[in-house]
Design a protein around this ligand. Structure first.
Ligand SMILES: Cc1cc2nc3c(=O)[nH]c(=O)nc-3n(C[C@H](O)[C@H](O)[C@H](O)COP(=O)(O)OP(=O)(O)OC[C@H]3O[C@@H](n4cnc5c(N)ncnc54)[C@H](O)[C@@H]3O)c2cc1C
Length: 485
């Protein structure tokens, strides 16, 4: 175990990509899974808080402690096994997503969860149930987690396999490796029927593994996981189309979504990612990407997997569709080779990255929505959200995973007084998302920054019932202190 406590050495553990800043006494960097158990037992006996961290790319302050110890998984970075015949991999939780994907890609495979940022650890991806562009086709991380190993706050080890342990109604029983039984009463929660990462996953008859996926470091330390992998598609269509009006761009998104849900064969339009950029986002990125048409009102980045030799035929179908929504077919930014396609992916990453960079440089905290609403409410939600920000004369960029009706509206305040106004506006937009049967967090989780919004989604009674689960698994409340609750 490596232990750090010198001021300079621990600073990188005290800020995440949202620019949330914290404090701690010591940082423990586990060099093996076995080292974690005595650390956790000792901290539990002494009631010292432990915040588990991945690679700090989270956007809610959830990996940042306000006191106690940090437990870093950075050295638990072994890819233990990849079984290409049976489509799975077993990895330690500190494996960098980028390294994992590279290793799989060279052999013609991939791991579908794609949280835009690849500089994150598998443990962080599982603990936030991350999702991203490809989630339009593949759903969130939980769909690809087959098994996890977790160390609980008392040092007991849980090994959970998907499909092996289901709740009976609302009664969930867990059995640790040493045979200790843990009984949990799952609350009845009415979760919004949208992509959702707010709070614990709780459903009657649910698979036990799902309680821990997305639990934001509050229920245990994930040490190992068995993950489902898929073969890479033969080809990928990737392009950004630019539209003259937002109405056209959003109607195009609707049409692609509808056609994708109707078509399940690769000879037709069937997107795996539908990502949107408003005009402000295009302008914000145009300096680095001359391919962007800043005169247009918005852009939509599409990816489609092509499994047969029908690239040209599909491209024709896409051109027909974009023309139907008045896109300028001469200005489509299309990725013809691997280099271009990589650039398009970087372009999507760049918008989030540049927002975070602006926030850090100006010493603010991230002020962005992670809201999703049902598809039929999205347009009204989107235009209302923008209107509120514009009425207050604030700079902003609006983009996101619009295939999932998931909006990242980020405000870029110029000074402290704008920051305060912006904070109120983000709360107002979150409240509107809830009113429209949506969520305040579709993918980043609640962490420390979104607790007020979480309370808009669920009443005190429901949140208390969720907290009861936490208390059963972590009675001294040492893990992930300040996250969610
Ligand atoms: C530019 C940018 C774009 C992004 N885009 C997306 C996106 O499209 N979709 C998306 O979902 N996210 C996105 N994110 C957020 C982030 O990348 C993900 O949340 C990521 O999964 C976090 O991984 P991490 O290793 O950095 O975890 P951290 O930030 O270090 O930790 C996140 C949470 O996981 C917990 N945790 C970490 N490891 C463990 C473990 N081993 N056991 C238990 N708990 C653990 C921590 O306690 C914390 O609660 C983006 C971030 C950036 C910077």
């Amino acid at each position: 175990m490596i232990v750090k406590s010198a001021f300079d050495e621990i600073q990188i553990y005290l800020v995440d990509a949202s620019n949330f800043k914290g404090n701690c006494e010591k940082v423990f960097i586990a060099e093996s899974i076995e080292e974690i158990i005595p650390l956790v037992i000792d901290a539990n006996n002494k009631k010292i808080k432990i915040t588990v961290c991945g690679n700090h790319t989270g956007l809610t302050g959830s990996s940042i402690p306000t006191e106690g110890f940090v437990l870093s998984t950075e050295k638990l970075n072994r890819i233990i096994e990849i079984d290409f015949e049976n489509n799975y991999a077993i990895v330690e939780s500190g494996v960098l997503l980028k390294n994992f994907q590279d290793e799989l890609n060279t052999k013609g495979y991939f791991f579908p969860p794609d949280p835009t940022e690849t500089n994150c650890f598998i443990g962080g991806v599982i603990a936030t149930n991350a999702s991203g562009g490809k989630s339009f086709k593949y759903g969130a991380t939980r769909n690809f987690v087959l098994e996890i190993e977790i160390i609980l706050s008392d040092g007991e080890i849980l090994e959970l396999k998907r499909g092996k342990n289901f709740a009976k109604g609302n009664a969930l029983e867990l059995s640790t490796k040493s045979g200790k039984k843990i009984k949990i009463e799952l609350p009845e929660i009415k979760s919004p029927e949208v992509k959702n990462a707010a709070g614990y996953f709780c459903k009657s008859n649910m698979d036990a593994i799902d309680l821990f996926i997305g639990s934001e470091g509050t229920l245990g330390v994930i040490t190992k996981a068995k993950l489902k992998i898929l073969t890479l598609p033969v080809e990928l269509i990737s392009f950004v189309a630019f539209f003259n009006s937002e109405e056209d761009g959003l109607s195009f998104v609707d049409a692609v979504r509808t056609q994708t849900l109707l078509n399940n064969n690769s000879g037709n339009i069937s997107a795996r990612a539908i990502e949107y950029f408003d005009k402000n986002s295009l302008i914000f990125l145009s300096e680095d990407y001359p391919e962007v048409d800043c005169a247009s009102a918005c852009g939509v980045w599409i990816e489609q997997e092509v499994t047969e030799n029908n690239f040209d035929l599909l491209i024709e179908k896409w051109y027909d569709l974009i023309k139907k929504f008045n896109a300028n077919d001469e200005k489509v930014w299309i990725g013809f080779d691997e280099k271009d396609k990589k650039k398009l992916k970087e372009f999507r990453h760049a918008i989030s990255y540049k927002v975070n960079e602006y926030i850090s440089k100006n010493n603010f905290r991230k002020l962005g929505t992670d809201t999703a609403v049902p598809d039929n409410n999205f347009k009204i939600f989107y235009f209302n959200s923008k209107k509120i920000v514009e009425e207050n004369n604030l700079n902003y960029v609006a983009y996101g995973h619009f295939g999932n009706s998931h909006l990242h509206l980020n405000i870029l305040p110029k000074d402290d007084s704008e920051f305060l106004v912006a904070k109120k506006i983000i709360a107002q937009i979150c409240s509107e998302a809830v009113r429209l049967n949506g969520t305040v967090s579709a993918e980043h989780g609640i962490g420390k920054l979104k607790k007020n919004y979480f309370q808009m989604m669920y009443n005190e009674n429901t949140i208390n019932k969720l907290f009861e689960i936490k208390k059963i698994l972590d009675p001294n409340l040492i893990l992930g202190d300040g996250n969610i609750f």
